[in-house]
Design a protein around this ligand. Structure first.
Ligand code: ZN
Length: 332
């Protein structure tokens, strides 16, 4: 039997299939472009934690969610600004969270809103980047993931009353300020605050989607190999095969690859996966040049679009829809 028929048969067993395929097909690339553009164009063209641009970035998210009738919860936490002078006040980070579906622990989809354009204080001095006044547009890292989550919210919102399990969407903060602790996990960042505050079954971090390879779309998936992580991974792989077959998905079991919001969940023994472009160490990574222009082929919104379709399908398949609920889920 050809693999595609096997896949269709497999998908046919899942009650949420119709809703997942329809929602994924409705993803609009123009909305992704608008969101990435709005996020990189905030005052100062920077969303470094603690700057006015960071709050302006949250306002872009808040306004987009308000159009859907959704109000995100602000979840503040203390972060350490490694770029600030020694002895400076602690920095306040703010995660934004919106819940879709019923109450209880569910899956979290998280993208960090904050940015930087140097690795650390020494590197910032070397390249002449000042964290509190110079641009850090962060179009790829991680405006692309933040935009994908906004489109995910748009596609999930009409289904929310029918979702069988909860879905949390989170725009996190201070991911770029986190430092790796001796236990190998990052600390004092939005992912950690989130993992501590929100009971979660598994979390998918979506971090950098804009940079394709010359030979096509390639996204890596990192898991720590635990069961809860691999269940999430399976939904992503299935969704990818169904709605984004043009994306080559590269699953990797690497429990030491903790460097984004998913790592905070791994640290607690909670399931987590990181979805990230294959070429993330490109020359614009953590530089002022990480800006998006639709006419510039360096970045490819097609890859973000395909990844967002994948996210939408994975989220619907993972949450499930209650049979017979709403027009999106006819009884089987
Ligand atoms: Zn990032």
């Amino acid at each position: 039997m050809a693999p595609c028929y096997a896949l269709l048969l497999l998908l046919g067993q899942v009650p949420a299939t119709d809703a997942a395929l329809a929602a994924a097909a409705a993803v609009e690339p123009a909305r992704l472009v608008r969101a990435i553009t709005a996020l990189q164009s905030v005052p100062g063209q920077s969303r470094v934690t603690g700057t006015p641009g960071a709050e302006a970035g949250r306002e872009v998210v808040r306004a987009a969610l308000a159009e859907l009738g959704l109000t995100p919860e602000r979840m503040p936490f203390a972060a350490h600004n490694k770029f600030a002078r020694p002895g400076a006040e602690a920095t306040r980070g703010v995660n934004l969270r919106v819940r879709l579906g019923p109450e209880g622990p569910g899956r979290v989809y998280v993208a960090h809103l904050d940015t930087k354009a140097a690795e650390d204080a020494a590197h910032a001095a070397e390249v002449g980047w000042r964290w509190d006044e110079d641009p850090a547009p962060g179009a790829d890292d991680d405006g692309s993931g933040a935009a994908a989550l906004l489109e995910l919210a748009r596609r999930l919102a009409p289904l929310a009353p029918c979702l069988a399990r909860p879905v949390d969407l989170v725009w996190s903060d201070a991911e770029e300020l986190a430092q790796v602790a001796p236990d190998g996990f990052m600390n004092a960042y939005g992912g950690e605050a989130l993992a501590e505050m929100v009971p979660t079954e598994a979390a998918l971090a979506v971090d950098m989607l804009l940079r394709a390879r010359p030979y096509g779309y390639v996204l890596r998936l990192y898991t720590d190999g635990r069961w809860a992580s691999d269940l999430l991974m399976q939904d992503i792989l299935l969704a990818g095969a169904a709605v984004a077959p043009e994306v080559l998905l590269d699953p990797r079991v690497e429990p030491a690859f903790t460097w984004s919001d998913h790592g905070a969940f791994w640290a607690q023994g909670v399931g987590g996966v990181l979805l990230i472009e294959d070429d993330f160490h490109h020359p614009r990574y953590h530089r002022e040049a990480d800006a998006f222009d639709p006419a510039d082929p360096y970045y490819d919104v097609g890859q973000v679009t395909a990844a967002t379709r994948l996210l939408v399908a994975a989220a619907v398949l993972g949450a499930g829809v209650n049979p017979g609920c709403g027009a999106a889920a006819p009884p089987r």
